[in-house]
Design a protein around this ligand. Structure first.
Ligand SMILES: Cc1cc2nc3c(=O)[nH]c(=O)nc-3n(C[C@H](O)[C@H](O)[C@H](O)COP(=O)(O)OP(=O)(O)OC[C@H]3O[C@@H](n4cnc5c(N)ncnc54)[C@H](O)[C@@H]3O)c2cc1C
Length: 392
């Protein structure tokens, strides 16, 4: 049964909970805030369906053909508003709207009314704005895999977007390939704890003495390269800090990773071939390859991993600026394509202190910067500022 799965292997994909015919498996939060399956033994009928579809216990199944050498692109949407509101080049929006035009459903992650991150499926183009943007916290999948299966069985087209492990979990859950299912994943640094994210928001509510009305990771007000976290409050104030200074990003993309899921340290979805039909990412390092392709407004790296992926991309092509690239160009700037994260050695102490300290104080204690790091941050900020002035 699913209780055999090791904490270090479970990605929390939720396939086990969705497959259970008697609803004996609930995804419940552990003390770090990550979801793991919990069996209600008095209900369980020992059918072992959960074990058979679990990617960690039975291996990841590959039901559809994926290219060993995907087509690589640098791309962004021709719609400036969409590009500004998206995390990278706005490719998700163009692919999803194209998909919906042909009839079907799109599933991805949204913010709930209380800014919790959860998966959601829709056939309404007006919902694309809610799905847009990266939310840097692990999404609550609820019963999204069951919803996808229901629509597929009805013969509908479904586009599912998620972390590579979520796409893998969905494939195992479905247990076969559906011609009407298209999947998009992203190059993923790692999934963060919802508990930590909530502590971050609590700290901001306390500091700004107001209700949060918008959370916006990788805001581009100061440029895509210096990506900022912006949080807006009901009293009209806002928090805006770039990736080197933002409290949440310091413990995630900084040299020491404190709140990424343990299974992300041995991610089985790294590298190529991919699980999804299309992989999206930031095209980090694009300016070194061709400065004209970095307007500091967001350039996406795109991998077309299958014929289905190529077809959807071709259908959206008229709405996208697209440039052929070498796969190695994406690889070079984006270590997360191949390498798993390494967690901070003092991560346990960090979590112990979480209940004793406010989040900003905790980050200041654990993600302390040396004088050299402060100097290098300052240099990088000046470089970005001067670079932007030169481009104007
Ligand atoms: C946790 C996380 C880690 C990432 N790590 C990297 C990285 O290391 N390197 C890199 O180049 N790119 C990374 N990305 C991808 C990148 O941030 C962009 O999402 C991607 O380039 C697509 O951008 P876009 O402008 O096309 O679309 P956007 O409009 O930004 O759309 C993002 C899509 O991703 C889905 N999504 C957002 N948040 C989540 C979530 N928490 N769980 C599941 N699905 C979600 C949304 O539903 C939407 O469909 C990461 C994204 C996430 C969510």
């Amino acid at each position: 049964m699913i209780d055999k799965v090791k904490r270090l292997d479970c990605t929390g994909c939720s396939a086990c909970s969705c497959i259970c015919p008697v609803k004996a498996i609930q995804m419940t939060q552990d003390e770090e805030g990550f979801q793991y399956p919990k069996i209600q033994y008095d209900i369980c009928i020992h059918c072992e369906a959960c074990e058979r579809i679990c990617p960690a216990l039975s291996g990841q199944k590959q039901y559809a053909k994926r290219l060993e050498r995907p087509e690589a692109k640098a791309a962004w949407t021709k719609n400036p508003e969409t590009r500004l509101m998206s995390t990278s080049g706005g490719l998700f929006t163009e692919l999803a709207t194209t998909f919906l035009q042909e009839g079907g459903y799109v599933a991805g992650a949204i913010y709930s009314e209380t800014f919790q991150v959860e998966h959601f499926m829709t056939d309404d183009p007006a919902d694309i704005a809610r799905l847009r943007q990266s939310k840097y916290v692990q999404s609550d999948k609820k019963d999204i895999f069951c919803q996808v299966r229901t629509r597929l069985k009805e013969g509908a087209n479904v586009l599912f977007v998620g972390a590579p492990c979520e796409v893998g979990g969905l494939h195992n859950f479905l247990g076969k390939s559906y011609e009407t299912l298209t999947t998009i994943d992203y190059i993923c640094l790692g999934s963060n704890s919802p508990k930590i994210y909530n502590r971050f928001l609590d700290m901001l509510r306390e500091r700004y003495q107001s209700k949060i009305v918008r959370v916006w990771f990788k805001n581009k007000e100061k440029g895509w390269n210096s990506f900022c976290t912006r949080v807006d409050f009901a009293n009209g104030t806002h928090y805006l800090r770039n990736r080197r200074h933002d409290y949440f990003m310091r413990g995630y993309i900084g040299p020491r990773k404190y709140y990424t899921r343990p299974a992300c340290t041995r991610c089985r979805y790294k590298g190529i071939p991919r699980q999804a039909d299309i992989t999206l990412a930031d095209f980090w390092g694009i300016a070194r390859i061709d400065p004209a392709l970095d307007e500091d407004l967001g350039t996406s790296a795109v991998l077309l991993n299958s014929e289905k992926g190529r077809t959807l991309y071709a259908a959206a092509r008229s709405k996208i600026h697209s440039y052929d690239m070498a796969l190695e160009d994406i690889r070079e700037g984006n270590g997360a394509l191949h390498a798993s994260v390494r967690l901070a050695d003092d991560r346990d102490a960090f979590f112990r202190d979480l209940d004793r300290m406010r989040f900003d104080k905790l980050i200041d204690r654990y993600c302390k910067k040396t004088f050299r790091q402060k100097l290098s941050d300052l240099r990088a900020d000046i470089h970005l500022y001067v670079g932007k002035k030169e481009r104007l």
